[in-house]
Design a binder for this molecule. Structure first.
Ligand SMILES: [Zn+2]
Length: 310
């Protein structure tokens, strides 16, 4: 096998025997760092392990956003909302076009994220509820290759995502979310590296038996925009957010999620869980504006698979 580094951001690892083409990406958002390190570590370790097929690793999909340490590029655009992009467009649009054409050429795709600077996310592997049952089933199996407590299938209709491009090209695809906020979390890197290696075993590209997770909370939610994180639990006011729940905690409907206190006006608002379930998303930035998403609750209380229909 050989490693053929196309440029600093992209590594292509080709095994001696034929097999699937897998694309792994990090840095769609410029403030999500552990996936970039996981991508670099995979690029360093996979040449010794890969027996079949080809793995392409993009360590930083949007180097402009990374350079600024921000979710969006300097053009103000979120790359995960503008796919398939435009090679002749602005900087983020051009990078979106580049990753989109790579996704279309892949047989399988994994997009690694964190909550960025703004959110903290309980570890999860997600996928779109693809209308093609064969693609959907492969995505379920790919997601179960990752040792994370939550597996989450969501509405397949959103546009502009890397996963929208994969959906339209019938490329089985999963995304990963874990961590975020300030600080570096080594466990995110380790979970992603181990999970990708396990998934490559499942695809027959690395020797050994893949281990499928069976201990997860597994939700398939067909309702419109079920996977849209920024729309969840909007803040009623500007102020300082003091949450009273932990990630992964089970809460009941009506339980106090946290308090927003504005030290200028002295006004305080309590925010209550709108449904019972698991806290999987929490805002990491303490100062909030009215309308900012404060967190999210998955309507699951027991391990195993649950389906919510539209
Ligand atoms: Zn992201």
């Amino acid at each position: 096998m050989k490693e053929n580094t196309e440029n600093e951001q992209t590594s292509v690892i080709t095994a001696t025997q034929r097999g699937p083409a897998v694309l792994i990406s990090a840095g769609v958002h410029g403030d999500e760092y552990e996936p970039m390190v996981a991508a670099a570590e995979l690029a360093a370790t996979l040449p010794e392990m890969l027996t079949h097929g080809q793995v392409t690793i993009v360590k930083v999909v949007n180097p402009d956003a990374y350079g600024h340490g921000t979710r969006q590029g300097s053009d103000g655009l979120d790359l995960a909302r503008i796919c398939p992009g435009d090679l002749g467009g602005s900087v983020s649009e051009a990078y979106a076009a580049r990753i989109s054409s790579m996704i279309k050429q892949a047989d399988y795709y994994v997009d690694m994220h964190t909550g960025g600077l703004t959110y903290e996310i309980h570890p999860l592997a997600g996928y779109m509820l693809h209308p093609n049952e064969a693609v959907l089933d492969v995505q379920r199996q790919m997601a179960r290759c990752f040792d994370v407590p939550v597996i989450w299938g969501t509405d397949c209709r959103p546009q502009g995502r890397t996963l929208s491009v994969a959906r339209d090209a019938n490329v089985p695809a999963v995304y990963l979310e874990f961590g975020g906020g300030a600080g570096f979390r080594r466990e995110v890197v380790d979970t992603y590296v181990a999970g990708v290696i396990n998934m490559l075993r499942f695809l027959g590209m690395i020797t050994g038996e893949a281990i499928k997770s069976s201990e997860s909370y597994w939700l398939e939610d067909h309702r419109p925009d079920s996977g849209y994180l920024q729309g969840k639990m909007p803040s009623p006011a500007e102020g300082i957010l003091m949450t009273q729940v932990a990630l992964g905690e089970m809460v009941s409907a009506g339980q106090c999620f946290g308090r927003i206190f504005d030290p200028v006006s002295g006004v305080s608002h309590s925010v209550y869980a709108e449904l019972g379930g698991m806290v999987f998303l929490k805002r990491a930035i303490v100062k909030v504006q009215s309308g900012d998403a404060l967190g999210g609750i998955l309507p699951i209380t027991q391990k195993g698979k649950h389906t919510i229909y539209e």
